[in-house]
Design a protein around this ligand. Structure first.
Ligand SMILES: [Zn+2]
Length: 287
């Protein structure tokens, strides 16, 4: 079984009116204004999953700056998850700065069948991990045993739209406060796994996981073995960032197969591969 732990889909309304949403939300606009990045709906996601033999996908909408748009889109995505109960695991987004309204939306989404919050983006949504509002949200999530998918990215290398400046020290201070909260740091944690070689960080990060979203655009495929060696296969989640084109030079349309082929070609031990491709996702998202 394969579970992709990091995909994005949009409602028909957002796809049809992307420029209007881009005007309302500068971070969304930076990535999606015009025809820069691809957007797909639920049916296209399911068709692509079928084509590549992917059984389930963890689906994020978008990290909207306006909590009102988060609420609308969460309602849509939870409906989709009810429509495809064996295929789609919905995550909800909130704007932490909305305070009590964000907490209220968290509880509505827990009751509505979402399996976690994410992908939140501190740079894109203009919050800090030590803001009182965000800490209150994290406390409520930790108490409800509800996991978080947080965008992180590598602090070095070439710039690209959406590359943020969230510091790994901020991430560390945050997870230290919530040792029981399951946190998935997207895009290999922006390099955070390296610091799990420090015993104190390893202890604090016992409920921290890493996904491989967008990996082929950023890293050589050896990164799987390298990070596996540091943190173990129990902490790595296969995620693609679909429908992002991971091989833009040789891929005309988004699809899951080339990245999966690259992972399979690594010759990981069967148990490691099973953990990465589905086992860890089932444990983290309760799927
Ligand atoms: Zn991301």
């Amino acid at each position: 079984m394969i579970i992709d732990s990091h995909t994005h889909i949009f409602s028909p309304d957002v796809i049809a009116h992307r420029d209007q949403y881009a005007a309302r939300d500068p971070f969304f606009g930076a990535l999606y204004r015009g025809v820069v990045a691809r957007m797909v709906g639920a049916d296209e996601l399911i068709a692509a999953m079928d084509a590549a033999g992917i059984e389930r996908a963890v689906v994020c909408g978008w990290c909207w700056q306006d909590n009102g748009i988060c609420i609308e889109q969460n309602s849509w995505l939870m409906d989709i998850a009810r429509q495809y109960p064996t295929r789609i695991i919905a995550l909800a987004t909130v704007q932490p700065n909305a305070g009590a309204d964000a907490l209220c939306e968290l509880h509505r989404c827990i009751a509505g069948g979402a399996r976690g919050i994410g992908e939140l983006n501190a740079d894109g949504q203009n919050f800090r991990l030590d803001d009182a509002n965000f800490l209150a949200l994290a406390r409520a999530m930790s108490d409800a045993n509800f996991p978080l998918l947080l965008h992180t990215n590598e602090p070095v290398g070439h710039p690209y739209p959406g590359k943020g400046t969230l510091a790994l020290a901020e991430v560390y201070a945050f997870i230290k406060q919530f040792p029981n909260l399951r946190v998935v740091l997207a895009h290999w944690g922006g390099g955070f796994p390296f610091y799990e070689l420090m015993r104190e960080v390893r202890r604090v990060a016992q409920n921290v996981f890493y996904d491989s979203a967008a990996s082929p655009l950023l890293y050589r495929a050896d990164i799987f073995k390298t990070i596996l060696q540091i943190v173990g296969s129990e902490k790595i989640l296969y995620g693609s960032d679909f429908p992002l084109l991971l091989y833009p030079k040789r891929q005309a349309e988004p699809g899951f197969a080339p990245f999966l082929d690259e992972i399979r070609a690594l010759d990981l031990a069967p148990r490691e591969l099973e953990n990465i491709l589905s086992g860890n996702a089932r444990r983290v998202w309760g799927a």
